[in-house]
Structures are given as C-alpha cells and as structure tokens.
Design a protein around this ligand. Sequence first.
Ligand code: SDX
Length: 393
Amino acid sequence: AEGRYTFDPGFMSTASCESAITFIDGEKGVLLHRGYPIEQLAENSDYLETCFLLLYGELPTAEQKEKFVNTVKSHTMAHEQLKNFFNGFRRDAHPMAIMCGVVGALSAFYHDSLDINDYKHREISAIRLIAKIPTIAAMCFKYSKGEPMIYPRNDLGYSENFLHMMFSTPCDGPTPKISPVLAKAMDKIFILHADHEQNASTSTVRLAGSSGANPFACIAAGIAALWGPAHGGANEAVLTMLEEIGDVSNIDKFIAKAKDKNDPFKLMGFGHRVYKNFDPRAKVMKQTCDEVLAELGINDPQLELAMKLEEIARNDPYFKERNLYPNVDFYSGIILKAIGIPTSMFTVIFALARTVGWISHWKEMLAGPYKIGRPRQLYTGKAQRNYVEIDKR
Ligand code: SDX
C-alpha cells in the first residue's frame, strides 16, 4: 500500500471537504463568514443574526430575523428531567466534562427529531442546540456553585439572558442586574467564536456526522475535541499560565521555557495553525478587552502581566520568526475574567458560541453528497507472521 496514500500528519495540506461558510486567508489575517469580514460582523451584527448568516448563507431581513429570534427563544428551556443528569456528576467536576455528558444526553430527550435524512428534523435539532446550549452551560455553572438553576428569560437578548442565567439568583427579585456593556462584550465574544472552518472540533463534528450519527452526539464529540489546551482549552490555559508566571519579573524565565525544545511548556494563547499573521479576531478581542477594562475600571495585576507578556513575546525574535502572535484565546480569557466568569467556564463559553459553527457545517455536509470519513494510514508495524504457542514465546 506504500505510496498509494498522501501522508499528511495533522492534515497540514489536506482539504477534507468543500464549504461555503467561512473563508480564512491565514497569510493576510482575513476571516470572512459567508463573505462578510469578521470585523464588520463584530461591530454591527449581533450573535443571533450571525447565527442566521452562518446557517442560511445570507443576513436576515428584519422579518426573517424576528421570526428566527422568536423560534430560538421558544426553545430556550431544557427538558425539566435533564436536571437529574447533573446530580450524577460531582459538584467539583470540570464543567466541560459535564457539558460533554449532558449535551450527548440530549439525543435521549429529543429523539422525536433524529432522522438526519429529514430536513425538518435537521432544522429543529439545529435550533434546539443553539437555543439550549446557553441554558445548559449556565446549569453547569450553577451546579458547580451549589446554587439553584435559573430558568431562561425570553424577554432578554441571547447574551443578556446567558449572563442572567449565570449570575442571577432567586433572591434578586424579578429584575436582572445585567450591565449592557458586559452583555455587549459577551455578544462580541460569541460572534468572534461562532465559526472557524475546519478546525479540530469542527472536523470532528463532520467526521462523526459522516457516519450518520445524530446531531446531539456529533456536537458532544465537538465539545470533547474542543476541550484540549491546544484548541478551545487554551483560553483557560492562558489564565492558568498567568497565575503560574505570577509576576512581571518572571516573564523572561517563562519565555525562555517556551523557546526551549526540551521543555513541553508553550506560551498559551500564542500561535495558530492557519494564521501566520495577526488573528483578525484577536484584534477585535483586544479592543473589546480595552473597552471592558475601561468601563469596569479594573486594575488587575494579572491583566497588567498579560499585557507585558504580550509585548515581550511580540518583540522576541523566536516568536517573530515563527509568526507566533497572540490568538483569540489570549484576550478572550482576560475579558471573561473581567466579566466575573470563572476560569473553568471559559472553554464552555467557547463551546456555546461554536455550536452554531458546528451545526452549520453538519447541516452543510448533510445537504450535499458526502461519504463517510475514512482516512488511511501508513502501516509501520510487523510484517505477517505465524501465531506462536504460549509455551514457545
Ligand atoms: C484555537 O484551528 C482553529 O481554527 C482553532 C481556533 C478556532 O477558532 O477553532 O482558532 C481556536 O484553537 C486557537 C489556538 C489555541 N491554542 C493555543 O493558544 C495553544 C498554544 N499554541 C500552540 O500549541 C500552537 O501554536 C497551535 C496548536 C495553536 C498550532 O500548532 P501548529 O500549527 O502545529 O504549529 P507548530 O506546533 O508546528 O509550531 C510551529 C513552531 C514550532 O517551533 P519549531 O519546531 O519550528 O522550532 O512554532 C513553535 C513550535 O514549537 N510554537 C510555539 C508555540 N506555538 C508554536 N512555541 C512556543 N509557544 C507557542 N505557543
């Protein structure tokens, strides 16, 4: 079989599918969703409108938008019995572990719409996932805190409602105390994470979906793939790293570790497989970060440390030669921290936002001709040999 296959570890030069959803030019630092630059969407759109764009290919008219938002809102509640699932987990479990399990379990609750060959079933599953994922994410957080889970409020916007379910308690009374500035920042974080073509988790969703698996199972697979620190887990890893560095005076030591090939340590939140220029999302994220910090008047030494680290790394020849710039996860963690979201929830929030990207790719794949994903390998094991009786080994 040798020579018959292209050997491409990490799929550095393999296009696994055709897609009309997202375009990236990594050399120029360009990211377009359905042709629209990410900077314009972050500035002018909102998350649910961007979801519509990713799912259906065009920005909605006012009428389409209203209908879409109302449809999503009519599905925000999670099945009451789903709560029982949480009780099976330890309260100190990582919320991503709970997310993998609970989202996978959705196929046991919404099995009235699992016929992947039926367009209407695919449609309702997509809406259910986008509508329920913030509710489930907030339930994970409340469970870890030992606080009562908060029901969604459909009179609030998507991001505002998420912050309400995260931070309100029944003792607060009927008016949620959600700052519009923070809700806007949250919405921008969601837009900036909504899709990113064939990254590890999206490729996982497509591969799982190519076998005919149901959408909830496919998204659970995506959540699992996203969890790793080289992918979506990086936003959490950035904060852990900042804690480890501790003080500006230690930065040089950690930069040296990151450059040392015998040391597994890497600067979290730096580098990208595709962007060999600044990640355009990181630019918007940095600006949002500055706005949020100014609005909240936060004077956090850890944020100062992050800014200093960024400056030192960006001027270091090692990082310059390898085009290692801060990526989207470097700044998102800092904003989330400022909003008051605990570190363990960072990757959950990435998963929440990316659900629309995953489901758009899944729907796109199922709408066209596709084959089950089945890569080959270059076999490096033993040649054929005969079985040896146990007393002769
Ligand atoms: C996301 O793909 C996507 O679209 C993902 C994502 C999305 O929206 O879905 O954008 C989200 O996952 C962002 C990435 C978050 N990960 C991190 O921040 C973790 C730290 N970064 C890396 O581990 C790394 O840069 C990757 C995983 C992001 C990219 O890995 P590649 O493309 O395989 O690059 P590489 O490991 O081959 O690196 C090339 C060189 C190597 O040095 P040399 O062997 O050439 O001397 O750069 C070095 C690497 O050692 N390098 C780093 C480094 N990242 C790469 N050195 C120190 N610190 C780093 N962070």
